[in-house]
Write a protein that binds this ligand. Structure first.
Ligand code: CAA
Length: 386
């Protein structure tokens, strides 16, 4: 029989500041219930000037390297919507900061919030072809919308790094998968914009259509019945979207699907906000870090990237997985963020830019080990704490 292939280790990172959505509600005259209940969000991570997708991605990946070393890593996939260069993969900076082997390939993947799932599936294929090799998958994003827009409370930032191997310690990925692609202008980010353009209502409908389309394709390609899926996690642009998706699937199947089958997956995303490519995998981390013993349970995962590409697939939680999860580490990470008030958050938001025409030096200040140090000769510079 073919070896199991899947996620051997998973670690997360986020930005160094946090905004309480209660503070945003008070400043904008919105009932806080709209954020906590209507959107299912409590906080959002806010990046400082020395933080970006590279520094968050490197911080998450460092945790994996500290545990497993770099031997055998032949491929680095860097999935992101918020790329910092039109040509160079953000993964090449991470490769340098982490001292990964020169005998490896590094590539960036893009399709809004979906591309980490393409990376994971491609990683599983590469490991199947070269047993014993390992693939490092990094999903890292900053969700940034216009101030005072409806989307403002659904911003956030975060990264997830995953080591994909044979005989994984956490989750084996099953081969059955369901796919759905449809052209739709629901959310995108033009090359000249640091904030995304979004049609909120259309994006919710497109997400739900993608979910049903991917589900039907999953079933047509050998996927199991919903009754055989123990827990679900979804892409969570705001966590109430998972509730909408769960309800839509129940309607589609004409059955009841209890809320407790996905609810635990929302705990981290409620606190970091949208992290685009990383969001689904923060959901998986929250499930694995929870009190329930999920040994042998099947996790159904729905990935959505606006524009749009959807995929539904499943994995099985491996015996002994709890010796490898990182609940305490993630709790410390979330607690280490510095709380900012609304004026400070707005100043950080306004300072975000992708310009390269002027040299600029950015002082290190985030609590994590890697820093964006500015631009020199049009090239981005990064530093690592010693
Ligand atoms: N107490 C409880 N609930 C309240 C409330 C209160 N005081 N006030 C309002 N609500 C509820 C509303 O009833 C509504 O609930 P329903 O969804 O059940 O109708 C909910 O809060 C949101 O309120 P609105 O419908 O008024 O929505 P809004 O105009 O504030 O915009 C949004 C919400 C469209 C999600 C907006 O935040 C947005 O555009 N976000 C970005 C786009 C996005 O995240 N899209 C998701 C799918 S696309 C995707 O997944 C890719 C991606 O990552 C971007």
């Amino acid at each position: 029989t073919a070896p199991l292939i899947g996620i051997h280790d998973l670690a997360v990172a986020t930005a160094g500041h946090v905004l309480e959505l209660d503070d945003l509600a008070a400043a904008t005259g919105v009932d806080p219930g709209k954020f906590h209940i209507g959107l299912g969000q409590d906080q959002m991570s806010v990046p400082g000037p020395d933080e970006d997708i590279v520094t968050m991605g490197a911080t998450a990946a460092r945790r994996i390297i500290d545990r497993h070393g770099v031997d055998g890593i032949r491929t680095v996939f860097f999935a992101t919507e918020s790329g910092v260069d039109q040509s160079k993969s953000a993964g090449v900076w991470v490769h340098d900061l982490l001292g990964l082997p020169s005998t490896s390939r590094v590539i960036e993947l893009k399709q809004a919030c979906y591309s980490a799932t393409a990376a994971l599936q491609a990683a599983a294929g590469l490991v199947a072809r070269e047993p014993g090799s390992k693939v490092l998958v990094i999903a890292s994003d900053i969700a940034r919308y216009e101030l005072d827009s409806a989307a403002e409370p659904t911003q956030g930032a975060g990264a997830v790094a995953m080591l994909v191997t044979a005989d994984p310690a956490l989750l084996s990925i099953e081969p059955a998968t369901g796919l759905h692609t449809a052209h739709v202008d629901d959310f995108w980010r033009p090359n000249d914009s640091v904030t995304a353009v979004v049609d909120g209502k259309l994006s919710i409908d497109a997400y739900l259509d993608g979910f049903v389309g991917a589900w039907d394709d999953y079933r047509a390609h050998g996927g199991v019945d919903a009754a055989e899926i123990d827990v679900f996690t979804h892409h969570q642009p705001f966590t109430r979207m998972a509730a909408k998706a769960h309800r839509r699937l129940a309607e589609h199947l004409g059955t009841e699907l209890a809320e407790d089958r996905y609810l635990r997956s929302t705990l981290y995303n409620r606190r970091i906000g949208n992290s685009y490519t990383a969001s689904l995998y923060f959901g998986l981390a929250a499930l694995l870090d929870g009190d329930d013993d999920l040994t042998g349970k099947r996790v159904g995962m729905f990935s959505y990237g606006s524009g749009s590409v959807s995929e539904f697939f499943a994995g099985v939680v491996q015996p002994g997985y709890r010796e490898h999860t990182r609940a305490d580490e993630t709790a410390e990470l979330l607690a280490a963020r510095t709380r900012v008030d609304v004026p400070a958050y707005r100043a950080l938001h306004a300072a975000a830019h992708l310009g390269s025409r002027q040299d600029v030096a950015v002082p290190a200040q985030s609590p994590w080990p890697y820093h964006f140090a500015g631009v020199r000769g049009r090239a981005r510079q990064y530093t690592a704490d010693q």
